[in-house]
Design a binder for this molecule. Structure first.
Ligand code: NDP
Length: 334
């Protein structure tokens, strides 16, 4: 009898102390078991690398359980069905799912959805047309609720979520201001994505440059970073400003993120609302429809950083957490 075909997988094998490292992961080869009735096998084409993965690597209390050790690293995937014993899926279907860091994923069909890869590239379903896009859409429309003429600021502005936030804010008639690391990312945010301004927080004049970029103050802030950037933005918020607290990536390695002036929440009557996009499944269809139309008509642009090959996933994740990515970070397998 022929040997079973092998699947290459990356496991989380240890938990980081402080900064995560590639040694926390291990590449293994495992034989593929035959499909059971109801199962479907997917050849993963792209893995999504996302900041939340750093949190799952820790054994800490959070909104989601930790990634178990010695199991395939979790994560969003897009790919093509290669075998099916599930009547809802046919060989050749393009699907988005959560099949993790491996070349082949096996699923009972739960959380696996067919997507149309004829109008937009398959990879977009992990970015602007997927979880990051919906995150941007919900935080902006569900929490900030922008009005024409208002100023909306977003941090990590050139990234998967931030780039969508600013473009949607601009489309809603707002002044859209990004905060990003480096002149090249800022140039892209303004010249390609059409934001009104972008502050390079690495240039050394964060507070002065932000003040100059928001002459009428800030009405809405989409928070991705935390720390000094949050403190600088809070100091410029207008009365009744809204802050959608989406992420605090500058603290994911355990760095404390003190709030300088919490009294501003009172004196400026601010709303600060944290959210987790998977707790708002009711808005996904509407958000994806809106985002899909904008992407297909090129009104919503996106950029990708692509690492080639499964073995590059750990290094690419760590790079993304340090800002080495420029746009949505993916790993291309096929
Ligand atoms: P990005 O594509 O924006 O990549 C991460 C970016 O974060 C980096 O490129 C870097 O940009 C920035 N960054 C990293 N470290 C720092 C730091 N110390 N200071 C400032 N900026 C830093 O990632 P995503 O778009 O996928 O995610 C953006 C945020 O959204 C994250 O905080 C993530 O956790 C959050 N998120 C939350 C969800 C929710 O449901 N609440 C769902 C999805 C994402 P730069 O070079 O500009 O510094």
């Amino acid at each position: 009898m022929a040997d079973a075909p092998l699947n290459r997988q990356i496991l989380l094998v240890s938990r980081p102390e402080g900064e995560a490292s590639v040694s926390n992961f291990k590449l293994v080869e495992t034989p593929l078991a035959p499909l059971a009735e109801g199962q479907v096998r997917v050849r993963n084409h792209y893995l999504s690398l996302d900041p939340y993965m750093r949190g799952r690597m820790d054994d800490a209390k959070s909104y989601a359980p930790p990634q178990p050790l010695n199991e395939v690293m979790i994560g969003g995937t897009v790919g093509v069905v290669s075998e099916s014993r599930n009547p809802k899926f046919a060989v050749g279907d393009s699907v988005v799912g959560m099949l993790g860091w491996q070349e082949y994923g096996t699923s009972d069909g739960t959380m696996l959805n067919q997507v149309d890869a004829s109008r937009v590239p398959l990879s977009a379903y992990l970015g602007a047309l997927g979880m990051p896009g919906v995150t941007a859409w919900y935080g902006l429309n569900g929490i900030i609720k922008p009005k024409t003429g208002e100023t909306v600021v977003v941090s990590a502005a050139s990234g998967a979520v931030g780039s969508v936030v600013g473009q949607l804010a601009k489309a809603a008639g707002c002044r859209a201001v990004g905060i990003a690391g480096g002149a090249e990312k800022c140039r892209y945010v303004v010249e390609t994505l059409g934001f009104d301004a972008c502050v390079d927080y690495k240039a050394g004049n964060l507070r002065a440059d932000l003040k100059a970029a928001v002459p009428d103050g800030i009405d809405g802030y989409f928070e991705n970073v935390g720390g000094e950037i949050l403190n600088a933005v809070l100091a410029r918020m207008n009365a009744f400003g809204r802050v959608a607290v989406c992420g605090m990536i500058s603290g994911y390695d355990g760095k404390p993120l003190p709030l300088d002036a919490p009294r501003l929440i009172l004196t400026q009557r601010l709303l600060l609302q944290g959210f987790i996009v998977y707790e708002h499944l009711d808005i996904w269809p509407q958000a994806l429809k809106d985002l899909g139309e904008r992407v297909a008509t090129k009104k919503l642009l996106f950029r990708e950083s692509i690492a080639e090959g499964l073995d590059k996933a750990p290094e690419a994740l760590l790079g993304m957490l340090r800002g080495k990515n420029f746009g949505k970070q993916l790993v291309k397998l096929v």
